[in-house]
Design a protein around this ligand. Structure first.
Ligand code: PBG
Length: 327
């Protein structure tokens, strides 16, 4: 057969396929989320996210050792406080759960890079990410509290802060507060393009952060929109965001692609709880092969243009990279 172009030539053997891969994944671009809870001696399963756990600070070492051993060295911390109130004061308390966890972890496991989720929803009695004015979520009175939260995390040792609240102007407010206190060098990874998504369902059970009334559609984005995502990213970059995040990941690969083509900043993607739990459930039912699906979906997120991936599968991915299955 007179065929000059035979794409199959480059697919002939493993070693050749490896050489011509267009997308490479390394452990250095993975971030693992961890849930930390007030109390003692707690390592408890999260029923909505099989395989994920909540840890009290005295047990946190187990999680941090495990993740270090896998070769992933970045974690994203979420706090579950004992008490909640109208103004989310646990989020910015000197002895708040995240602040205490950071002081402990930075001293015991200084080689890890600690990122904190900056938001009020886990700490407010109403479960919303901002201050209430009646049943409305008030933007401008929330900003100083977010700035205060970010500062208290950095003072306790956070290496980077990741605001996830979606209030207008929060990146500027946080940057200003950090700079005013001498933390010019601490980067902000903004959850800039964060959609109001049903994919967060399992997380809200994990963190006890479901809103007690209404939903988050007046602050998180409408999933019909992509240009609006570019607007959000541009605003955040202008206010000093160092890294832009798109969240969720798998249903938003087009958005990841567009953001990464349009801006000269690193793009992070958060493969959220619903994405994780869907894979877990389908694998458990025997419908799919978990490892293959995890590798394929993580690779697709990087192929779309992400440089960084937050995923509950970080440890497994690190293992698959070690085994040469992906990367
Ligand atoms: C806090 C926050 C949420 C997630 C990350 N930060 C929940 C939400 O916005 O309702 C979701 C993470 C996940 O689903 O894995 N605002």
């Amino acid at each position: 057969m007179d065929l000059i172009n035979r794409p199959r030539r480059l697919r002939d053997r493993d070693i050749l396929r490896d050489m011509v891969r267009e997308t490479r994944i390394s452990k250095s671009s993975l971030i693992y989320p961890i849930f930390i809870k007030e109390g003692k001696g707690i390592i408890e399963d999260i029923s909505s996210m099989e395989g994920q756990k909540r840890y009290s600070i005295d047990m946190l070492g187990h999680a941090l050792e495990d993740i270090s051993k896998s070769g992933v060295n970045k974690v994203l911390l979420f706090g579950i406080p004992e008490h909640k109130d109208e103004v989310g004061s646990g989020a910015y308390a000197e002895d708040g759960i995240i602040q205490k966890a950071l002081r402990y972890a930075k001293e015991k496991y200084p080689n890890l890079f600690y990122i904190t989720d900056v938001c009020l929803c886990e700490y407010t009695s109403h479960g919303h990410c901002g201050m209430l004015n009646g049943h409305r979520i008030d933007n401008d009175t929330t900003l100083p509290l977010l700035a205060k939260t970010a500062l208290s995390h950095v003072e306790a040792g956070a290496d980077m802060v990741a605001p996830s609240d979606m209030m207008d102007g929060r990146i500027g407010a946080i940057r200003h507060e950090l700079d005013k206190n001498g933390f010019h060098g601490t980067p902000i990874m903004s959850y800039s393009v964060k959609y109001a998504s049903a994919f967060y369902g399992p997380f809200r059970e994990a963190a006890g952060s479901a809103p007690s009334f209404g939903d988050r559609k007046t602050y998180q984005m409408d999933y019909h929109n992509k240009k609006e995502g570019l607007k959000q990213a541009a605003l955040d970059i202008n206010q000093g965001a160092d890294i832009i995040m798109v969240k969720p990941a798998l249903s938003y690969l087009d958005v990841i692609n567009e953001v990464s083509s349009n801006f000269n900043v690193p793009v992070a993607a958060y493969s959220v709880s619903g994405e994780y739990s869907m894979i877990k459930a389908a694998a458990k039912a025997g419908y799919i092969d978990e490892m293959s699906i995890v590798c394929e979906s993580a690779t697709s997120i990087f192929r779309a243009g992400a440089n960084i991936l937050m995923t509950y599968y970080a440890k497994e991915l690190a293992k698959y990279i070690d085994e040469g299955r992906i990367g």
